[in-house]
Write a protein of this length. Structure first.
Length: 194
């Protein structure tokens, strides 16, 4: 199994790259999807209830309340991340064990690759990149948020410039899909040749 991470800051185009890779027939693990599924697991819900009882509504986590609570408080955000990351790592290790003997490429769409220390599990790292203004406009339009809210979210992530230094490949996503596909095909061919 060769694991290829697609990462980048919010709005830089990692999901677009992941969709293209998926359309090319490769498995892409969506780590945000893994996080969403955690909120339906009883063990995880119990952990959240113990640390953030104010966001519970019966047996369910009010994710909007939780998001509002942690994005305004860096210390609480760190607590939430420290609760989520072990569950995610457990899933990643399970995926790696199940596929260890396979020879194919697997991809992972993961925003916080370096922040979680998962780069050490990857054979290849792709960073999606775009200029700051394009990034900001994409996120504001997509998520219907203000510039101030974008800055708040963007500040808590590792700077994309720092991610680019750690990348094997950097893909500028401010171009048409067909050109991105050509770039990805060339990259995949190179990886499969190794």
């Amino acid at each position: 199994m060769k694991l290829v991470a697609i990462t980048g800051s919010i709005g830089c185009g990692k999901t677009t790259l992941s969709k293209i890779v998926r359309r090319l027939g490769y498995v892409v693990y969506d780590i945000d999807g893994w996080v969403r599924r955690l909120y339906y697991q009883k063990d995880f819900i119990k952990v959240i209830a113990a640390h953030f009882p104010e966001v519970m509504e019966g047996e369910k986590v009010n994710k909007r309340k939780l998001r509002n609570l942690v994005f305004g408080d860096n210390a609480r955000l760190k607590v939430l991340e420290s609760l989520i990351h072990p569950f995610l790592k457990q899933t990643l290790m399970s995926v790696r064990r199940r596929n260890a003997r396979r020879d194919d490429l697997f991809f992972m769409d993961v925003a916080l690759l370096f922040e979680m220390g998962w780069d050490k599990y990857c054979d290849y790292i792709v960073v999606a990149d775009v200029d700051y203004e394009t990034q900001k406009m994409r996120v504001m339009r997509r998520d219907n948020i203000s510039a101030a809210d974008f800055d708040k979210i963007n500040r808590i992530q590792m700077d994309n410039a720092a991610k680019k230094v750690l990348a094997d490949v950097i893909i500028d996503t401010d171009k048409p899909i067909n050109l991105l596909k050509v770039e990805l095909l060339a990259m995949i061919e190179e990886i499969e040749g190794c």
